[in-house]
Design a binder for this molecule. Structure first.
Ligand SMILES: Cc1cc2nc3c(=O)[nH]c(=O)nc-3n(C[C@H](O)[C@H](O)[C@H](O)COP(=O)(O)O)c2cc1C
Length: 216
């Protein structure tokens, strides 16, 4: 039986009406349509303390963040564009993912991530690019489709709904894509240190063996 796929959305801002949260929720609908179980981690609602490397106690909100992210095969990240990059509150949430360093597998190994940003100006790709750096640093896999939403104030109303069918369609497509790729990853062997070592030990075929394989 195919493994159930869980897609967790992380995003939004500290604003009461957040366009990046609205976009995230629409992308999660897409993941649901594609058959994923979904959960949303709203940055404002999480109310995380600032990451401190020497923190003695791990607050409940941080534990929730880390456990939800670790339990997911797919992730959707959505940050507003702040001064040409991601917001501080979103980066702070990502910094807390340092606590996934001793999980098995560590960080975002074999997790698939879809990236969204909302901007006030005419583009929002810098935030997406910054998030992609973080995905790679945490050993995750960003899907090629990304959704930077310029002039987000035109796109979402005060209830977080959009009348822009094209953007809604793109966000749904991203949710689908993350679910599809996460399903693909989940059907393979997880990349553990053991698996990596085993792969390194596989000897390439000799010329004779390769020729014999071709004849079969
Ligand atoms: C501190 C701050 C910095 C911002 N910097 C930029 C920026 O560099 N470029 C831009 O296009 N919009 C910028 N904006 C506008 C936001 O990206 C835009 O309003 C976005 O939709 C906010 O997302 P939110 O509704 O989820 O908070 C900035 C807004 C704030 C509050």
């Amino acid at each position: 039986m195919a493994k159930e796929i869980k897609v967790v959305g992380l995003g939004g801002s500290l604003a009461e009406q957040s366009s990046s949260l609205a976009a995230l929720k629409i992308a999660l609908e897409g993941a649901q349509e594609a058959g994923a179980q979904t959960a949303v981690l709203d940055i404002r609602e999480l109310d995380l303390p600032m990451y401190a490397p020497d923190a003695n106690e791990v607050p409940q909100s941080v534990r929730r963040l880390c456990d939800e992210v670790h339990s997911a095969q797919g992730l959707l990240w959505s940050s507003p564009l702040y001064h040409g990059t991601i917001s501080g509150s979103f980066k702070n949430a990502l910094d807390w993912l340092q606590l996934l360093s001793d999980r098995e597998p560590a960080y975002l190994t074999d997790k698939v991530v879809g990236l969204i940003s909302t901007a006030g100006g005419t583009q929002g790709l810098q935030a997406v690019n910054t998030m992609e750096f973080v995905v790679r640093a945490l050993r995750g896999w960003a899907v090629p489709l990304v959704i930077p939403i310029p002039q987000a104030w035109r796109v979402f109303d005060s209830l977080g709904h959009t009348h822009d069918e094209k953007i809604a369609e793109q966000l749904h497509a991203l949710g689908h894509e993350v679910t599809r790729a996460a399903r693909q990853f989940a059907s393979q062997v997880i990349t553990t240190p053991d698996a990596q070592q085993a792969e390194a030990e596989v000897q390439p075929l000799s010329q004779e063996e390769a020729a014999a394989t071709l004849k079969e």
